[in-house]
Design a protein. Structure first.
Length: 255
């Protein structure tokens, strides 16, 4: 419980800091410029901070309650909320949406996302013939949402979602930004995956070089030890009375 409180306080402080330090966009072009600039400088080390910055810009500009990134685990068939921004910290629900089985969601919801389609709901109370989805959204306080799938190497990675706790008619600008952010997230994740592969490869090469160095050192030591004994034996033999033939052999050994 103590660790959870500390984490909530940290996220609250981070959100406040981002809100204060970040220059709020004045237009769609300004918003898009900020987003592209942040993602252009995103790496595996600052990915979460970059996401938080981008989500804060989007959320405050469009005045929506939540901007979330959900990741789909195909093997375990579950969804996790990996990144969340909310307009006020008392609205956070990230800790709740973890390890959610896909069976808890409606088939239509997941199917449309896995097919790459965008998903728009302006008022959850007007959803017909889908009580499962209505119940899931109501349980989270979501009244309206707009979401778009993210694919990495043609595999369904998850989706980004804009969410409100009141009815909201999603306009063309919001839909366009949603599509762009989904594509940029896909590009950034692919770049980071490649970066992590390169780091892993460098570590393997370094480990391999270290192993080769240790092997050569051991072989050198194992070779030098008997050679030292041989040289000493030759030296001792040279100090004894030898026949001419033996001296010839000794000279060959010393060559």
């Amino acid at each position: 419980m103590y660790n959870l409180i500390r984490k909530d306080l940290y996220m609250a402080k981070l959100n406040d800091q981002l809100y204060v330090n970040q220059k709020l966009p004045k237009s769609i072009d300004d918003l898009l410029s900020q987003v592209i600039n942040v993602f252009a400088n995103t790496s595996s080390k600052n990915f979460d901070d970059s996401i938080q910055s981008v989500f804060a810009s989007i959320g405050t500009y469009f005045k929506i309650n939540w901007v979330n990134l959900y990741q789909y685990d195909q093997k375990l068939q579950r969804l996790d909320n990996t990144n969340e921004w909310c307009i006020t910290n008392d609205l956070t629900k990230k800790e709740i949406i973890q390890n959610v089985p896909v069976t808890a969601l409606s088939d239509d919801f997941l199917q449309r996302h896995s097919n790459g389609a965008a998903f728009y709901i302006e008022d959850v109370s007007k959803i017909e013939n889908n009580p499962t989805l209505s119940n899931v959204l109501n349980a989270q306080g979501i009244v309206s949402m707009a979401s778009k799938s993210i694919f990495i190497d043609d595999l369904f990675y998850g989706y980004i979602s804009f969410e409100c706790n009141s009815p909201h008619e999603w306009n063309d600008s919001e839909k366009a930004i949603l599509e762009i952010i989904a594509q940029l997230l896909s590009t950034v994740r692919q770049k980071i995956n490649l970066e992590l592969k390169m780091i892993d490869l460098e570590k393997k090469i370094e480990l391999n070089n270290k192993s080769q160095g240790e092997f050569l050192y051991k072989m050198s030591h194992d070779i030098r030890t008997p050679l030292g004994g041989i040289f000493n034996a030759i030296y001792l033999l040279n100090s004894t009375n030898l026949s001419i033939e033996q001296k010839d052999f000794l000279e060959i050994g010393q060559a």
